[in-house]
Design a protein around this ligand. Structure first.
Ligand SMILES: [Zn+2]
Ligand SMILES: [Zn+2]
Length: 254
């Protein structure tokens, strides 16, 4: 066991399918646990700064859907390893110090735009109810809500990620940092409390980075705040919630 990503990339290149499945499950279960533990720590820490009402009691359906989500995310990693083994995916193992920084910026920008577009499409009436509706059934999110997604949605986002890294060969460190950032943003978006400092959304620089309230606002008024990492595309396409959405503002319940 090593934390050196270059050695992991080398190991993945010759790993058997069964070993890859075991490693992919271990990584995704670890990410799931880190997200839930980190999320509940932040809820405890910032419990006095709620940006959504507390969620109703947990249901069995949420648990089943999140387990399916973790299994499918593992399958996406297995597919990524298959692409690596067949030469479709290239992961850079030797790089200068600045390369991971550039990778994180490129990957985050590309995924932010693509996910904004796909998220808008997922709200298209004809597919919304069966595809994206299950996520929006949770008007008041909890950390687990991040994983309560329709299986097709999980595969869709996973496929998008695989396409992006096949098109743009990134360093293993850049990819790892992006995935950590993705998990952090996803977790923060479903806390129901706001860990970012007061004034974050008014500052001319930080207002472009999405907050917990921003995604809580999307769960409350699903026609607003489609962005994931930034608020840039909502600002450009005019889908930003006009005010800080809180539970005192009653939005459309979907
Ligand atoms: Zn959400
Ligand atoms: Zn949505």
């Amino acid at each position: 066991m090593t934390l050196d990503g270059a050695k992991w990339v080398e190991a993945f290149q010759t790993m058997s399918l069964s070993a890859t499945i075991a490693v992919a499950l271990a990584i995704n279960i670890a990410m799931f646990v880190v997200s839930l533990a980190g999320g509940h720590f932040l809820i405890h820490r910032y419990g006095n700064r709620r940006c959504a009402d507390p969620p109703p009691p947990l249901t069995g359906a949420e648990i089943v859907m999140s387990i399916i989500c973790v299994a499918l995310n593992s399958a996406v990693l297995v597919a990524g390893v298959a692409l690596l083994q067949h030469g479709w995916l290239r992961v850079i193992v030797e790089f200068p110090w600045w390369r991971p920084v550039v990778d994180v910026v490129v990957l985050t920008a590309a995924m932010d735009l693509a996910m904004y577009v796909l998220h808008r499409l997922a709200h298209w009436r004809r597919i919304y109810y069966w595809l994206h509706g299950p996520h929006h059934a949770h008007r008041h999110p909890r950390p687990l809500t991040l994983f309560v997604l329709h299986p097709a949605e999980v595969v869709g986002f996973g496929s998008l990620w695989l396409i992006v890294i096949c098109v743009y060969p990134a360093s293993w460190l850049g990819m790892t940092l992006y995935l950590a950032l993705n998990l952090a943003f996803g977790t923060i978006g479903h806390l129901g409390v706001e860990p970012y400092p007061e004034g974050w959304t008014r500052n001319r620089w930080t207002k472009w980075i999405s907050t917990s309230s921003f995604h809580a606002g999307h769960h409350l008024t699903p026609e607003h705040n489609f962005g994931f990492y930034t608020t840039v595309w909502d600002a450009i396409f005019g889908t930003m919630a006009p005010i800080d959405t809180t539970d005192s503002t009653d939005g459309h319940h979907v």
